[in-house]
Design a protein around this ligand. Structure first.
Ligand SMILES: Cc1cc2nc3c(=O)[nH]c(=O)nc-3n(C[C@H](O)[C@H](O)[C@H](O)COP(=O)(O)O)c2cc1C
Length: 275
């Protein structure tokens, strides 16, 4: 579909869609652009087991059928506080690896919580590294989350490994990584993702799909002759350094395991919490 004159006039404006009105159609012509072909491996196999019945679940639940949306938990033996004797990192990495083996697609996906004027907001980002100092992720620093992090310096993350009946929460200070460390990761990104980081002023409105595609194309052409795409100043990594880490795993009869590590006077204090 060609971009219409009104579309161009609305560039970078908010498009108001009236509820019930037909959805606007995509302005994309031709095949999917390069950036749709990133490096996503094909994990789309495997069926989640239904632990309430012990059988593989093939039933598709109606989206609004909340009454039937109930699975039982009980994959794991009780979590042992002794597993946290060496801090949170060994158990976290063991659970992360196991979540992947149990079929969690993108087990490094984490829900990042930030706050603005006492109002929380969340979104998913990818954890791109974990060590004693915390967990790392990369984003546009001028995005909504970036502004909130600049204002407060604190964040939370949740790894929701539902198929594995586990989740891990972390809370603590969250600060930008050095440009050098961000650059080291930037260089590992596929070129298409690098171009997208230049094309997108993340979290800002855009007038139309056609305008969005044009922004990508402009950025692609801008660096077409360059061997490497430079890292934009507005892009970089953050490290959340947890002061509290909670390990949760599902238990029978909703009598779950919860064990938290809390940093007190420079040492980790481990407590079991009621479910
Ligand atoms: C599985 C998944 C992974 C994502 N990973 C990232 C990421 O690593 N960095 C990022 O900036 N956005 C990522 N996003 C998009 C974010 O959820 C979000 O839409 C974007 O960062 C803008 O958020 P903000 O407007 O709150 O700043 C991911 C989304 C999904 C569903």
């Amino acid at each position: 579909m060609e971009e219409s004159a009104p579309d161009r006039a609305r560039e970078n404006d908010v498009v108001v869609v009236t509820p019930g009105a037909p959805a606007p159609t995509s302005g994309r012509t031709g095949g999917a652009p390069d950036h749709a072909t990133d490096t996503a491996p094909d994990h789309a196999t495997g069926t989640a087991p239904d632990h309430a019945t012990g059988t593989a679940s093939t039933e598709v639940l109606e989206p609004t059928d909340f009454d039937t949306m109930r699975v039982g938990y009980g994959l794991h033996d009780r979590l042992d506080e002794a597993d946290l004797a060496d801090g949170w990192l060994p158990l976290f990495t063991a659970w992360l690896d196991e979540a992947g083996r149990r079929g969690v697609r993108e087990p490094n996906a984490m829900v990042l919580g930030t706050v603005e004027d006492g109002r929380p907001s969340t979104r998913t980002v990818l954890c791109k590294g974990a060590d004693e100092e915390g967990v790392m992720f990369f984003t546009t620093t001028t995005s909504r989350k970036g502004a909130q992090l600049a204002a407060t310096g604190f964040a939370s993350v949740t790894f929701p490994w539902l198929v594995a009946e586990r989740q891990v929460h972390m809370e603590g200070p969250c600060h930008r990584m050095s440009r050098e460390d961000s650059l080291a990761y930037w260089r590992t990104r596929p070129r298409g993702s690098q171009v997208a980081a230049w094309a997108s002023e993340q979290s800002r409105p855009v007038g139309s799909v056609a305008r969005l595609e044009a922004l990508y194309e402009e950025a692609r052409e801008r660096f077409a002759g360059d061997e490497e795409v430079p890292m934009p100043d507005r892009w970089g990594g953050y490290r959340l350094s947890p002061e509290r880490v909670e390990f949760w795993q599902g238990g029978r009869d909703r009598f779950h395991d919860r064990v938290e590590c809390r940093l007190e006077d420079g040492r980790w204090v481990v407590s079991r919490l009621q479910p």
